[in-house]
Design a protein around this ligand. Structure first.
Ligand SMILES: Cc1ncc(C[n+]2csc(CCOP(=O)(O)OP(=O)(O)O)c2C)c(N)n1
Ligand SMILES: [Mg+2]
Length: 595
């Protein structure tokens, strides 16, 4: 029998199969920390350097396992620090439970120290379920509901525990009387699929199409075989939204890769040329990269009925699990005998990979970031887990990293926040200690919060059987993604006051905290640097001195953007000359007005 509410809360989480909590202490959760100590490692407490990182790790945990991720923070400042990581989870539809402390109940409403109205604060991010416990008999159902709702709705939920309540005597089973709740543990995900007649209608649209495009997202991550089968039948090319990058391996000839601003030319051509669009498990938002309204007939599959029919006016909207729905759809599809559309796509894909290699091999000052990703792709070990941060890294991750079957990969797809690259990779090492992990991050993100988590890596790495954890830092002394956005979207020159960031010795810093640091500033030594990093007996920071003037622009920049780009150059961008030179090399000038 658990003695205190705090002990019981942990034991109930254990019953739910939760064995790890990412967090940081404080007096609002001292009772929980005491219980954590008594729990003797189950659940294990992973002590981070900042609560936001704990929330990112909980999100990463969910992404890499499909289980609920749990983070814990104290009242007031600790709870506030969690927020950005929790929004990352909420927006990417990951099940995460936040457990936060609160000051003693008797103090609440008294402008007490660290008293923040946490229910209001968390009301948006955890809107599906946020409750403060005020009585020991609530704990059982608060835990049961927070975990179940997080799993069922794939969202963030929150339990607030005042410190004095945590210290109260536990009530594991409320008395059998009016006004009590009697809940239980357990959740099995249902298999949801559409009605037969709707599948039939979808099949009719897809069978009538001659040029079918598929777009898959993270909802198809578990449906690789079914996506491949349907794509084969339909003679379709398949583009992948960012969060769905691991849904299909990149070595399949009909996979056109990423779509959108970070996307590829074959994905663009696929969407522009198709007469039928089948969208599976994606809410990819940028309409300009989808077919024009009316140009294609559309079928969409999504588990969440709220997310359907909002990106393209679909003719048939199927609410269902992607795997189950595609499996039921496949027997209704006629194999397209004319394979010319498919051949055209495969041809484009082949050319695109060659172009990417050419781009990666182009000289830059000193290192072309694309080369760094290109060399990594060739060396990715089986089972690698890859996380990217927001920034220019996300472009090269999206386009140049060639995933194979059995790998996992993710980033902050919807919030697109800086910061999750390293904590996601740490969560990968905890959830899969036998697999290699990679974090691909910019120097801005590293400085923002990633570098502190190297200390966390140094603290816990002895728990990981496989020591391959490589953190690539793109050292360009620039907040490069935004620099290019300012140029291309606003037509502004680089504003050094906001864009340049302080120089810092990233590899040397890694050594300082007991990890390995490798610095590379010669394109011909990048391959060797990756080999050395992968052979190392400890986690590595691979610092690549990369050229900020290599433009991470979309494959088809618009005339409008090109005009802005020109305006930036005219307005005296401090790096204009090199920028133009590099852009020539990247063939971006093809899209400039008057050409
Ligand atoms: C928390 C947060 N702040 C600001 C941004 C806007 N932003 C997106 S990418 C980026 C630049 C990232 O710079 P860095 O990490 O150095 O990567 P680079 O683009 O230089 O490779 C910024 C400021 C963001 N997405 N998230
Ligand atoms: Mg940078």
């Amino acid at each position: 029998m658990a003695e205190l509410v705090a002990d019981y809360l942990l034991s109930r989480l254990r019953e739910w199969g939760i064995h790890r909590i990412y967090g940081y202490p404080g007096d609002g959760i001292n009772a929980l920390m005491g219980a954590m100590d008594r729990a003797k490692g189950d659940p294990e407490f992973i002590q981070v350097r900042h609560e936001e990182m704990a929330a990112f790790m909980a999100c990463g945990h969910a992404k890499w396992t499909g289980e609920v991720g749990v983070c814990m923070a104290t009242s007031g400042p600790g709870a506030i620090h969690l927020l950005n990581g929790l929004y990352d989870a909420k927006l990417d539809h990951q099940p995460v439970v936040a457990i936060v402390g609160q000051q003693a109940q008797a103090a609440l409403g008294g402008n007490y120290q660290q008293e923040v109205d946490l229910q209001t604060l968390f009301k948006d991010v955890a809107h599906e379920y946020v409750h403060m416990a005020t009585e020991p008999g609530q704990i059982r159902h608060l835990v049961d509901r927070a975990v179940r709702i997080a799993l069922d709705q794939r969202t963030v939920t929150c339990i607030i525990v005042p410190n004095d309540l945590g210290e109260a005597k536990a009530v594991e089973q409320p008395p059998h009387e009016h006004g009590t709740i009697h809940s239980s543990v357990g959740y099995s995900r249902p298999v949801v699929f559409p009605a037969d007649e709707d599948l039939q209608r979808a099949a009719e649209v897809l069978n009538a199409g001659e040029k079918v495009a598929m777009l898959v997202g993270q909802g198809a991550l578990h449906a690789t075989d079914e996506v491949v089968e349907v794509a084969e039948l339909l003679g379709a090319g398949v583009a992948k939204a960012l969060l769905g990058k691991a849904a299909l391996p990149d070595d399949l000839p009909f996979v056109t890769g990423a779509i959108g601003l970070l996307g590829t030319k074959p994905s663009w051509d696929l969407m522009q040329g198709c007469d039928t669009l089948l969208m599976v498990g994606s809410s990819f938002p940028y309409s300009e990269f989808l077919p024009q309204e009316g140009k294609a007939r559309g079928v969409q599959i999504d588990l969440d009925g709220r997310m359907i029919g909002i990106r393209y006016p679909m003719e048939v909207n199927l609410v269902g699990d992607s795997k189950a729905t595609l499996a039921k759809l496949a027997p209704l599809l006629e194999r397209k005998s004319d394979r010319s559309w498919r051949e055209q796509i495969e041809d484009g894909v082949e050319k695109w990979w060659r172009l990417l290699e050419d781009r990666a091999m182009q000289n830059a000052d000193p290192v072309n970031p694309q080369r760094v990703f290109f060399e990594l792709s060739k060396r990715l070990p089986d089972g690698a887990i890859i996380s990217s941060d927001s920034g220019s890294a996300a472009n090269w991750y999206a386009r140049d990293v060639k995933l194979r079957r059995g790998m996992m990969a993710s980033l902050s797809g919807t919030l697109a926040t800086m910061g999750p690259g390293i904590p996601y990779a740490i969560a990968a090492k905890f959830t899969h200690p036998d697999r290699p992990a990679f974090a691909l991050v910019g120097d801005g993100a590293f400085q923002m919060n990633g570098m502190n988590e190297l200390i966390t890596i140094a603290k816990y790495r002895h728990l990981w059987t496989n020591q391959q954890l490589v953190i690539l830092v793109l050292h360009n002394d620039d907040l490069n993604q935004v620099t290019w956005e300012q140029r291309a979207m606003e037509g502004d020159p680089k504003y050094e006051g906001s864009q340049e960031i302080p120089d810092f010795p990233y590899a040397a810093y890694a050594e300082l905290v007991g990890l390995k640091g490798i610095k590379v500033d010669d394109p011909d030594l990048i391959g060797q640097a990756w080999d050395d990093a992968l052979a190392c007996d400890r986690p590595v920071v691979l610092e690549a001195i990369t050229d900020p003037e290599v433009p991470p622009l979309p494959p088809h920049i618009t005339i409008e953007q090109a005009k802005h780009f020109m305006k930036a150059i005219m307005a005296g961008d401090p790096n204009a000359r090199r920028m133009i030179r590099q852009s020539f090399a990247e063939k971006i000038v093809e899209f400039l007005p008057g050409r």
